[in-house]
Ligand binder design. Structure first.
Ligand code: CP
Length: 318
């Protein structure tokens, strides 16, 4: 696995939350919380990244992650480059590494990468100069670390602590990088009751998600849960023949107000978005009083500010 930490324990790259020390996770959450403002107030601004350059390289679509990384970098005073990959020399056959070397040569300090191929982030991180940081904005079905951090921040804001919680992660676990990063962060933070809930076809391999209980019915998986985290069906990672029938899926695994009654009365509902309304979640639940979905989006900017500030600060004076 790529070395994410510097010799002094500072964060250099963020590619996975698997194995990240709990104190570092907590420091990032504390730092992010300081950047959260009520909507309508001016967003926070600092010059922590003044003179630094952040490049976004997304080879898969994104709304939230890309926008929030860009806003986060700008609110910290950085210059931002958004590489339009489909208009770049990648389409002429240039390799990812040559693209990265090019950005490095024009003084890019942080590269934010989303890619559908497993291992790209680690390969790039192993080849960049020591002052360059690689941040994952999503790696295949494997990891989405800043999503995991913003999910943890959202749970902490609503529940205050982790050591007494039951969290149910529901849906297409097999293909979900969000589920894997949630599993890593909530395990690190000591959540005692972690559950994955999915039809058999969408369950991960048995060797994954150790310590979670597995449920194939929604009612069983949601019973007395404090947090219900719904996931999108990842159509882009499935063969056509494997796609579940939308109506049948909603009937068995779609979160409705009636189904949510199995969870605790103060349970919150989360979803990383984009949502398939009417397939994995009913609109009145997604937009209802127990939904924390818009808090997740707001927290995404704060978390990405904290991560950007952390990797730049860990460089020292260089
Ligand atoms: N949650 C998330 O990663 O959303 P985007 O795909 O829009 O970035």
């Amino acid at each position: 696995m790529t070395q994410q930490l510097r010799a002094d324990g500072g964060l250099r790259h963020l590619i996975t939350l698997d194995g990240l020390p709990r104190p570092l996770i907590e420091r990032l959450l504390d730092h992010a919380q300081r950047y959260v403002r009520p909507l309508g107030e001016k967003p926070p601004a600092s010059q922590a990244l003044a003179g630094r350059t952040v490049a976004n390289l997304f080879t898969e679509p994104s709304t939230r992650t890309r926008v929030s990384f860009e806003l986060a970098a700008k609110r910290l005073g950085a210059d931002v480059v958004n590489l339009e990959v489909q208009l770049s020399s990648r389409v002429k056959g240039e390799s990812m590494l040559d693209t990265v070397y090019t950005l490095q040569s024009v003084h890019v300090d942080v590269m934010v990468i989303r890619d559908a191929e497993t291992g790209v982030h680690g390969t790039v991180a192993a080849h960049v100069a020591p002052h360059v940081s690689i941040l994952s904005a999503g790696e295949s079905h494997v990891a989405h670390p800043t999503q995991g951090l913003l999910d943890a921040l959202t749970v902490r804001q609503h529940k205050g602590r982790f050591d007494n919680l039951a969290i149910a992660i529901v849906g297409d676990i097999r293909h979900s990088r969000v589920a894997r990063s949630a599993y890593h962060v909530f395990s690190a933070l000591g959540v005692p009751d972690l559950r994955i809930v999915a039809p058999r076809a969408l369950m991960p391999e048995p060797e994954e998600f150790g310590g979670c209980t597995r449920h194939t019915t929604l009612d069983g998986g949601l019973k007395d849960a404090d947090v219900v985290m719904m996931l999108r069906i990842q159509k882009e990672r499935m063969a056509q023949a494997d796609l579940p029938d939308a109506d049948g899926y909603f009937a068995n695994y779609g979160l409705t107000a009636q189904r949510l009654a199995a969870a605790r009365p103060d349970a919150i509902v989360m979803h990383p978005q984009p949502m398939n309304r009417g397939i994995e979640i009913a609109s009145d639940v997604a937009d209802g009083p127990r939904s924390a979905i818009r808090d997740q989006v707001r927290n995404g900017v704060a978390v990405r500010m904290a991560v950007l500030a952390e990797v730049i600060a860990s460089r020292g004076a260089s």
